[in-house]
Each structure stands twice: as C-alpha cells, then as structure tokens.
Design a binder for this molecule. Sequence first.
Ligand code: F0G
Length: 358
Amino acid sequence: AHQWRGVIREYADRLDVSEATPVITLGEGGTPLIPADALSKRTGAQVWVKYEGMNPTGSFKDRGMTMAISKAVEHGAKAVICASTGNTSASAAAYATHAGITAAVLVPEGKIAMGKLSQAIAHNAELLQVQGNFDDCLDIARDLAKNYPVHLVNSVNPDRIEGQKTAAYEVVEVLEDAPDFHFIPVGNAGNYTAYHRGYREELDRGIAKTLPRMFGFQAAGSAPLVLGAPVRNPETIASAIRIGNPASWDLALAARDDSDGYFGAISDEHILLAHRILSAEVGIFVEPASAISVAGLLERAEAGAIPKGSRVVLTVTGHGLKDPQWALRTADGADITPTVVPVDTAAIADVLGLVAAP
Ligand code: F0G
C-alpha cells in the first residue's frame, strides 16, 4: 500500500534536488483542502481552507524545512540555526534531529507559545531565549551563519520558499485550476511569496488558467507591509506573526504586483472573532495567526471586494493545539470554565436540558 511520500519525493521533478540529495522527510505536505460551507454562506464566495496544521510538526514550515535540512545535509552541514516566533524552531528541531544534526534556535524571550517551545525542546534543539524581539533574533542568526559553521534555515534561505511553493501545487491539483483569490497570514512574507511562485509556475505550465490574487494579512500592531515601513516594536496576540521587518519584503511586493494582490491589517479583536468562527462553525482549530486569513476574508467580503461565487482558498498555517488558550475565553475576555457536575445521570441530563424519552 502507498502512503504520501513527503514533498521532495512527490515533487522531485519540480524542486532543486538530485540523486545526491539525501531526502530528510517526516511525510510533510498532502494536507487537506476543506470546503468551508459556513464561510461560503457568510461571504457568498466558494471557500476552501488549506489546513496546514496537519503537517508533521503542526505547521506549514515543514514543507520548507524538508528542503532546507536535506540541502544542508547535502552540503555537509552538521548544525543549522534559525530565529523563530515558534513554528520554525519546532520544525527545524524535528527535521534536524531526524537527520542526526544539531539545531540551534533563537526565540524572543517569553514571547512564543508553550506548545512550540515544548516541541523544540522535545526535539533536542539548542534553544536560547534572546532578550529582544524576533527581528533581533533574525539579525543575530544571519550574523552567526555568515561568520560561523552553522547553516541558516530561516525563509531567507531560498530552499525554504521552494519547498513551501508545493502547497499551491496541491491546491491546483484538487480544484483542477487555481482559485480566484488566495488569503494568507503574513509575517516575514516568505509563505506569501512561496504560494505566488507555486501558482505562477502552474499558470506558466498551462496547468492552471488563472493566477490567484494574493491577499496577505498582518496584525494591526505589526503591519509593516501595510504601513510601508518597518515597525520597531510590533505587538499582537498572534505571536507567530509578531514581526516588524519582514525578511521577504521585496519578493512579497513583487508577488503582490504580479497577482494584483493586496496587503491588509486586522485588529486582534477581529483575529479572535475569526478564530472562534473557524473553530465553532467550520470545525477547524488553528492558532491565532492562522485565523487572520478568515478575518481577512470576512473584512474584504464586507468591503465588497470579493465578487459572489468567487473561488477562494484560505491557508491556515498552524494547528490550534500549539497555542490553545484562546478558545477558553469569551469575546469580552472572560474565562470559560466548564460546568462541574456530580456522578449522577439525572443531574447531568438536567444540566444538558435533556428530557427522558417516554
Ligand atoms: N502563520 C504561522 C502560524 C507562522 O508561524 C508564521 C511564521 C506565519 C504565519 C507567517 O509566515 O513568515 O512566511 O510570512 N512564523 C515564523 C516562525 C516567523 O518563526 O515560526 P511568513
């Protein structure tokens, strides 16, 4: 019987790999594209969700990391380094340990979700909490890679973007064309760049007939691409995309221009509202940064920017279990505590509002 072989083996003819490349894989990619009727009803568009939380370490980073670590090992690297808001560190740690090499990761002190910190440590990363923000961590990681024998696996490494573009191939395969719009969270803008590249290749090969308009969203307190200038002290509850100076800035602008795309900013309040809609109405659990795709669609539909019947794909980038606390509070910020009941069927039926069958 067959199982999905990971993105390098599935797409070997379309990636920069050769017989000499060792394939370091945990079976990433092949994630579900889920029709989201509740979102279609709310917007009048036809909406699908690309659920990247279903990757081996729970985020889209694995598509790029299988490439980055395989190429690093091909080039003889014994250690890799990255800066991270959490997901990249978890992915780098898992793939490096699978390959038998070391991962050093720099994260902003106290600013990454518990699930991600726990993953990186579980996978043997040399994890350091830097007394600064993500942008400081990336500056140092680049410095270290330039001057010491460590291989950089952030998305400034082109192998990362190459691996991540495979998600667009999968969307085109399922829909048998590209969608009209693609909505996606933006931090460093590497993934925005990667999807555009994947779709552009599908159009140029004649597999797709359209190039989707790439709609990227940043948190309002952390929206340099919307403001047109770096943000010195980015703030948002969506810790994964708390980034003030996106590494793929120029590539992202080129992708936006090529696709007649858009960058928008969303408040934390609307991110959390979208998080609740996605989990309570669609049945998909994500971390807050991922919910910004949903918030972006609702905002653009409300603004009249999405014609009825448009085919829309939303990428949700990371699994809800990485940062689960957000479901346990109401829209007004009150804690949700499940009701406690005695060991008593009748009492529980009563609390559930059930009436015994006659
Ligand atoms: N969504 C999630 C869940 C992420 O972890 C990230 C980036 C993004 C979206 C944005 O992707 O940077 O390509 O625009 N996380 C990086 C990290 C920064 O370190 O895990 P991008």
